[in-house]
Design a protein around this ligand. Structure first.
Ligand code: PMP
Length: 367
C-alpha cells in the first residue's frame, strides 16, 4: 500500500486540470505574445484566467501577476518593493516564514543594508496585530506575515495585521497565503500583496501568482519584456497560467464539498495518535498535524517509507539542509523527533488506519 501524507509539501494533479492542460499542450505551442491568430487565442485565454483568479480574490484583473510559483511571488513582492523604494530601510517579518520569504529578508539584510525585525510567534504559534504594531517604525517599508504556517499549520489573523499596517503611512503589507488557499478564507481588502502557488491545490508545479494592488510599485526581479505588466519578464507560461483559473475554481468548490470528510479524517487521526504520540500542534489547519514520537524523525521517516508511507518531518524546501527548523525551534519543539502529517480529500480512512497501524508497529520496534 502506498500512502501519501505530505499534502503540505505538494499535491497530486487534479484529473480535470491535467486533462485540460494536456489538450492545450497538444493544440497550442506558440508564444502568447505573438500577433497571429493562435498567439492571440492563447493570450485571450490567459487574460480570461487572470480575470477569474482576480474575481475569486475580489481584486482587479491587472492586480494578478503570474509567476513560477510562490517562491518567486514572495521574492518579487519583497525584493521588488525594496528595490523600488530604497528610501525606507526597515522591514518586519516573522521568524517562521517559508524560506522564500525568510531568505529574501536575510539577503536584504546581509547584502543590501536593510534592518529586519523578525517577530517570534506566541506560545500558541501566532503572530498578532499587536506584535506587528509594536515593531512598526517610521521608516518601516514592508511587513510580511504568512497566513498559514507550513510546518505546524498555525493560522494568523492577517486581516487584522493588514488593518494595523494600513493605518501606518508608507508601510506595505504582504502575506504568503500559499497554505491557506482553498482551505482558509482570506479578505484581501487591506492586504497590499499576497502570494500563492498552484501545486498546493492540485495544480501544476511551476505556476503561481503574486496578487499586487494597483498602487503598489515594484521593480522587476526577472527583467525582460512586456509580459506581466513589465514586472516579470520571460515568455509567458501561458498554458499553466490558463489552467490555474480552473485549478482555483476546483479547489474552492472542493473546500466545501469535502469539509466533512476532512473533519472525519482529522478526528480519526487525532484519536489514533493520542495514545502513541505527543501532539505538538493541532490548533490550526485541520489537514496538518505536527507530532513527536520517542523515535528520531530520520529513523521514523525511513521506517515509514519502507512501508510505503510518504511523510515529512519538516518543510520539504529545507529537507536536505541541516539548518535549524525556525518554526519548531520558536515553539520549543525538538525537531529531531517531530513529524508533520498532512492530508487532503484524496486520502481515505483506510489510509489513515494503515498509517496509524504502521506507526504503532514502528514504535513497538524502535521505541
Ligand atoms: N510558501 C509556503 C508557505 C509554502 O509552503 C511553499 C511551498 N513549500 C512556498 C511558499 C513555495 O512555493 P513554490 O513551491 O510554489 O515556490
Amino acid at each position: 500500500m502506498k500512502v501519501y501524507l505530505d499534502a503540505v509539501s505538494t499535491t497530486s494533479l487534479d484529473a480535470e486540470v491535467g486533462k485540460t492542460y494536456k489538450k492545450l499542450l497538444d493544440e497550442y505551442y506558440c508564444n502568447s505574445d505573438a500577433l497571429y491568430d493562435d498567439g492571440v487565442a492563447i493570450y485571450a485565454m490567459q487574460e480570461k484566467s487572470r480575470s477569474i483568479i482576480a474575481d475569486t480574490f475580489g481584486v482587479k484583473k491587472d492586480e494578478i501577476i503570474f509567476t513560477s510559483g510562490a517562491s518567486e511571488a514572495n521574492s518579487l513582492a519583497i525584493k521588488g518593493l525594496c528595490f523600488r523604494h530604497p528610501e525606507r530601510k526597515h522591514l518586519i517579518t516573522s521568524i517562521y516564514e517559508h524560506s522564500s520569504v525568510y531568505n529574501s529578508f536575510r539577503q536584504l539584510e546581509n547584502e543590501f543594508g536593510y534592518e529586519v525585525t523578525y517577530i517570534d510567534p506566541d506560545k500558541d504559534g501566532h503572530i498578532s496585530a499587536d506584535m506587528v504594531k509594536d515593531a512598526l517604525r517610521s521608516d518601516t517599508l514592508l511587513v510580511s506575515i504568512m497566513q498559514v504556517n507550513n510546518e505546524i499549520g498555525a493560522i494568523n489573523d492577517v486581516e487584522s495585521i493588514a488593518e494595523v499596517v494600513k493605518k501606518h503611512s508608507g508601510t506595505y503589507f504582504h502575506t504568503d497565503i500559499t497554505q491557506g488557499v482553498g482551505k482558509v478564507d482570506v479578505d484581501l481588502k487591506n492586504v497590499d500583496m499576497a502570494s500563492f502557488s498552484a501545486h498546493k491545490i492540485h495544480g501544476l508545479k511551476g505556476s503561481g501568482v503574486l496578487i499586487k494592488k494597483e498602487f503598489v510599485n515594484l521593480s522587476p526581479i526577472i527583467s525582460g519584456g512586456q509580459q506581466e505588466y513589465g514586472i516579470r519578464g520571460g515568455t509567458s507560461n501561458a498554458l499553466s497560467n490558463i489552467v490555474l483559473a480552473k485549478t482555483l475554481r476546483i479547489a474552492m468548490e472542493n473546500k466545501d464539498k469535502y469539509h466533512d470528510d476532512l473533519v472525519q479524517l482529522h478526528d480519526q487521526l487525532i484519536d489514533g495518535l493520542k495514545d502513541i504520540a505527543r501532539i505538538n500542534y493541532d490548533k490550526g489547519l485541520m489537514t496538518l498535524v505536527n507530532i513527536s514520537t520517542p523515535v528520531q524523525s530520520e529513523v521514523m521517516l525511513n521506517a515509514l517509507n519502507d512501508k510505503g508511507i510518504m511523510i515529512s518531518s519538516k518543510s520539504t524546501c529545507g529537507s536536505r539542509k541541516n539548518e535549524l527548523n525556525r518554526t519548531l525551534n520558536a515553539l520549543g519543539i525538538d525537531e529531531n523527533y517531530a513529524l508533520r502529517i498532512s492530508f487532503d480529500y484524496t486520502n481515505t480512512r483506510e489510509e489513515i488506519d494503515y498509517f496509524l497501524k504502521t506507526l504503532k508497529e514502528i514504535l513497538n520496534k524502535y521505541a
